[in-house]
Design a protein. Structure first.
Length: 616
């Protein structure tokens, strides 16, 4: 046997970055590289079409290992296990207990109980937790902020009475008065003073977090990724300051903080967000000189987004939440809650909750995402995104700190207003189809009906009145399109949009497809066709089909020949639309043609206008 060891590819010369760029420029055939291939993110930085090892030379974070400060590569060294969590709204303690025991046998190892403040009692908790062994299950509780200390005392007493190993128990109590300021516009600063007694009440449960940063609320209100990151850091730093000023040791304070963060469908950016968040939070806590680096670890529960979920074509929500879950798992979070696909329009069914659980279990049992630590580490693109999003998030964090801190900014309404501005911008982009919502403003299901589904509104559930401060707008991205489509369904007659396809085969087909997608988003019945020899033939066929809308679909050059004769022959017997923005548009308008749809149209406003014209 030969002892010669040949190195693969030694006969090839590795191309330089400039050689790659030169080759790309040739393939672009003169097109602008920046416009065609460089992605300008909502976070304020550019993403190149490719990265190389040289792009990571100045990134310090790539030198760290998993489980090491600053924890950019995760808190664990030898696995990527996370808790599969399911939320349970507790209206009846016995029923909730039965449900909890059932789902624990179906793969869940973390429970989130939402309890009304009036129900917090020793007997209620005992019934709720009967038969649940907390040393094997992470238990999380959310109740009225004013009852958190009482709940903590009851839990400690219950666990001691049952002789459970207190040091081994894992869980949390969701105490976060600042969240109420943002969500309900209510000044809850008086409740913040209960943070210290809460930590003291949980002294015998070192594994329980109790001071929460619920930046998932910002995510569900349409915040951009850098906003959730920057604000979450400022939010956590605010609590850290308040706790240490109240006399809580910095190490103890940091270990009691938990981050509940959202995860959107921007796959690679979300992976980078969680990695950047851990890195930056570690740097913040380090300034307090904690007794150990483990106090610098950020503990995150990731919730798949409600903001991008839709009422129509709701099974697409499964695709969204699956990629979101993958982002969170790859980014090494501590636990994940998958939002059931039907949450926008109903209390999640048993089927929807089962699917949500299985989405995580598939990643663990089939894809083995829990076996490897930081599989994205070393990826040139992910490392670049981590660094870039960290810089933008840090800028926002510093801006909030310089303005007086997160609490002060929240009380001024500045945090809420900034996020709501982003939400407005995203709704405007969706209206113009600059931001796609699959199944809603892009490729809607032509034949789908709501079947009685109506959007659900979230509520506080604590019984306290709302305040006078601005509140986060949690209108989902698809909400306005859904309102439009539901109003169409309520009309006496479903409008029929007929495609009058004529002329150039490729252009008429492309424009018919575009027009069908455009108009079906309003719930219109669209009728495509193979083509007509004359406009008169097309108009006659449309009227015979009972069309309320006739859309002429042809090429720009041919509109000068076909558009006006078709309009005149139709003679007001149906709404007339030209698909496209041809050079002869002004001539067509001069002939009385008013309606045009094309890629630059504001889809939502156009469809609202058409509904008005149709008497809907």
């Amino acid at each position: 046997m030969s002892n010669n060891k040949e190195k693969l590819f030694t006969e090839f010369t590795a191309p330089t970055t400039q050689e790659w760029l030169d080759k790309i420029q040739v393939d672009l055939k003169g097109a602008d590289f920046q416009k065609r291939l460089v992605w300008r993110t909502n976070e304020g930085f550019n993403v190149q079409p490719f990265y190389r090892r040289e792009d990571l030379e100045n990134l310090k974070a790539v030198d760290s290992l998993p489980g090491e400060f600053p924890f950019v590569r995760g808190n664990k060294k030898d696995n990527n296990l996370w808790f599969v969590r399911q939320e349970i709204v507790v209206e009846d303690a016995k029923a909730a207990n039965a449900k909890a025991l059932d789902v624990l046998n179906k793969g869940v190892d973390s429970l989130g109980f939402k309890i009304s403040g009036k129900d917090v009692s020793k007997e209620f908790v005992a019934t709720l937790l009967d038969g649940i062994l907390p040393q094997y299950v992470e238990l999380n509780f959310k109740t009225c902020q004013r009852h958190c200390v009482e709940l903590a005392e009851i839990l400690v007493a219950y666990f001691k009475e049952k002789q459970y190993p207190l040091a081994d128990l894992k869980g949390s109590i969701n105490f976060d008065p600042i969240s109420k300021i943002l969500k309900k516009g209510k000044d809850t600063t008086a409740v913040i003073s209960q943070a210290k007694p809460l930590i003291e009440a949980l002294a015998e449960l070192p594994g329980y977090k109790c001071i929460n940063v619920n930046s998932v609320d910002l995510n569900n209100a349409g915040a951009y990724i850098y906003q959730e990151l920057g604000y979450a850091l400022a939010w956590g730093a605010e609590y850290l300051n308040l706790l240490t000023e109240a006399g809580i040791d910095a190490t103890e304070a940091a270990k009691r903080i938990k981050f509940n963060m959202g995860v959107s469908d921007n796959y690679f950016m979300e992976i980078a967000k969680f990695r950047a968040a851990r890195m930056l939070w570690a740097q913040i806590v380090k300034q307090y000189e904690p007794a150990c680096d483990c106090a610098c670890q950020m503990h995150v529960c990731a919730y798949t987004s409600e903001y991008n979920q839709t009422l129509f074509d709701s099974y697409v929500n499964l695709l969204r939440s699956q990629t979101e879950t993958m982002s969170a798992a790859i980014a090494n979070v501590d636990s994940i809650v998958v939002t059931p696909f039907d949450k926008p329009y109903e209390t999640p069914t048993e089927f929807a909750e089962r699917i949500a659980r299985n989405q995580q279990l598939l990643l663990k049992e089939e894809a083995h995402f829990d076996k490897l630590v930081d599989v994205s580490g070393g990826s040139y693109t992910i490392e670049h995104l981590t660094d870039a999003i960290a810089k933008e998030g840090w800028k926002l964090f510093l801006a909030v700190e310089e303005a007086g801190g997160f609490l002060a900014e929240a009380l001024k309404g500045n945090i809420t207003n900034a996020v709501n501005t982003s939400n407005d911008k995203r709704h405007a982009d969706a209206a113009k189809r600059k931001e796609f919502i699959l199944g809603t403003n892009q490729f809607p299901n032509f034949t789908e009906k709501s079947d009685g589904k109506t959007p659900l509104e979230s509520c506080c559930g604590c019984g306290h009145e709302e305040g006078e401060l601005p509140k986060l707008n949690n209108a989902r991205l698809a909400s306005e399109f859904e309102t439009l489509r539901l109003s169409t369904e309520k009309a006496a007659k479903q409008p029929i949009a007929f495609m009058l396809t004529i002329g150039n085969l490729a252009m008429r087909q492309a424009r018919a497809q575009f027009s069908c997608n455009f108009l079906a988003a309003a719930g219109y019945k669209v009728m495509d066709n193979l083509g007509f020899k004359t406009v008169e033939e097309g108009v006659d066929a449309a009227l015979e089909a009972g069309a309320d809308i006739v859309v002429i679909c042809s090429s720009d050059d041919e509109y000068a020949e076909y558009a006006i004769p078709a309009f005149q022959y139709l003679n007001g017997r149906a709404m007339y639309i030209v698909a496209g923005a041809p050079a002869c548009t002004e001539d067509l308008k001069a002939a009385g043609i008013e309606n045009f749809i094309h890629v630059r149209s504001n889809q939502l406003e156009t469809l609202k206008e058409y509904n008005a014209k149709l008497g809907i």
